[in-house]
Design a binder for this molecule. Structure first.
Ligand SMILES: Nc1ncnc2c1ncn2[C@@H]1O[C@H](COP(=O)(O)OP(=O)(O)O)[C@@H](O)[C@H]1O
Ligand SMILES: [Mg+2]
Length: 377
């Protein structure tokens, strides 16, 4: 891994030096995969699922060199055909080291899909392209799983943003995938995603195909003490002091969300100061919110009056247990209950708010919440 200038990473996984804690979660996932159990990893956006998957694969590559690890993010896919193509390019060509014999095998296996090699524009790595038409998407996917099974290679496959399969508009998709997945005994899967309710229902309801097919792991915030030690350590190396109180202010306002905390720390780390004061922390967060202004404004104006008012009210209150209660709607002149309910559902679907059973409703993005607080009523 290359050495980087700022240890507070805000894009991708840059190696274990820059990865804080998650020891228990890493051990649990490694152990599950090793024992042929699938894992479902759920957490709110930007809590660190994708990073954790890469971190797990790093450990696996070191400890078990007979295992092949594959990561695919299916967020951009809209159909089984696209899922097939993604699996072909991300997995099939990389199962075995490239050779004439392997290429012949792939050609005869996938002949109907006119296999071709192309080069990834970013990495330059060769990838297998399949020509999959909507009418034969199921067959292509079946072949892909068969190919993986016949390779006999032990594989760990992580499918990130797994809830995306529910957008394919194919009523059968869960049952279909489940049946394919059952036929690859040499593969253990990680299913990850941020739509927690959708994934939980998929894996925890008895009438659904994926019921009990994977071990659930939900990822919370990184432990505050571990995070503080990690962060303060990097500051100390360059003779800067990050005191517990200032870290606490960041961790609390960013509600423990890894990406948001790293964004603030990344900025602070770039500032040539010796002491990180509470004013500096606050100004730094404001600076980030300022940069997001145009984006937040656009977002805000795309909402209906009811949705916008409700969002501001939620930002004011931080968390609201009963948004349909009279006291809350009177305080902010909210519309009738049925309209609030509609607006809540819409804001949830846009992932602008989140809902936890024990704490209540709140604005998901702490930076957006801060921006909303600046608006005058
Ligand atoms: N344990 C960690 N230590 C340090 N940075 C992390 C850690 N986990 C995630 N990150 C960083 O936080 C950001 C969000 O993490 P990511 O894994 O993309 O979240 P998710 O997949 O849950 O949306 C990324 O920039 C990643 O580098
Ligand atoms: Mg992710």
């Amino acid at each position: 891994m290359v050495k980087i200038n700022n240890p507070f990473v805000i894009v991708g996984y840059k190696g274990e030096r820059y990865f804080c804690d998650r020891k228990n979660e890493t051990a649990k996932i490694v152990e599950a995969l090793h024992n042929e159990r699938n894992v479902t990893l759920v957490a709110p956006r930007r809590m660190g699922k994708t990073g954790l998957i890469h971190h797990v694969f790093e450990q696996v590559k070191r400890a078990e060199n007979d295992v092949k690890c594959f990561y695919i993010d299916i967020y951009p896919t809209m159909s089984l055909a696209e899922l097939s193509k993604l699996m072909a390019s991300g997995i099939i060509g990389n199962l075995d080291s490239p050779s004439e014999a392997i290429w012949h095998k792939i050609q005869s296996f996938f002949g109907a899909f006119r296999p071709a090699i192309s080069y990834d524009p970013l990495t330059g790595m060769p990838q297998l392209m399949l020509d999959v038409k909507p009418e034969n998407e199921q067959l292509s996917l079946k072949q892909i799983f068969e190919y993986i099974a016949q390779s006999g290679r032990r594989c760990y496959i992580a499918i990130d943003e797994f809830q995306q399969i529910m957008e394919y508009g194919n009523a059968n998709v869960e049952a279909l995938l489940r049946s394919f997945i059952q036929r690859v005994p040499n593969v253990s899967f990680i299913f990850a995603g941020s739509r927690q309710h959708i994934l939980q229902q998929m894996f925890a309801l008895a009438n659904r195909p994926f019921f009990h097919s994977a071990q659930m792991l939900s990822l919370g915030p990184i432990d505050q003490r571990e995070y503080f030690a990690f962060a303060a350590g990097y500051f100390a190396k360059r003779n800067q002091e990050l005191a517990p109180a200032e870290f606490d202010a960041i961790y609390t306002e960013m509600r423990g969300i890894t990406w948001h905390i790293n964004v603030v720390l990344n900025r602070l780390y770039a500032k040539p100061v010796q002491n990180i004061t509470s004013n500096l922390v606050s100004d730094t967060i404001d600076e980030i919110v300022d940069e997001q202004h145009d984006f937040y404004q656009g977002l805000y104006h795309s909402l209906t009056y009811n949705e916008a008012t409700l969002l501001r009210a939620l930002a004011r209150e931080r968390t609201v247990k009963s948004p349909l209660a009279v006291a809350f709607s009177n305080r902010y002149n909210l519309p009738a209950t049925s309209s609030i309910r509609t607006a809540l559902r819409k804001l949830e679907r846009l992932q602008l708010i989140e809902h936890e059973l024990d704490s209540g409703f709140r604005v998901y993005d702490p930076l957006l919440a801060r921006w909303l607080l600046r608006l005058r009523w």
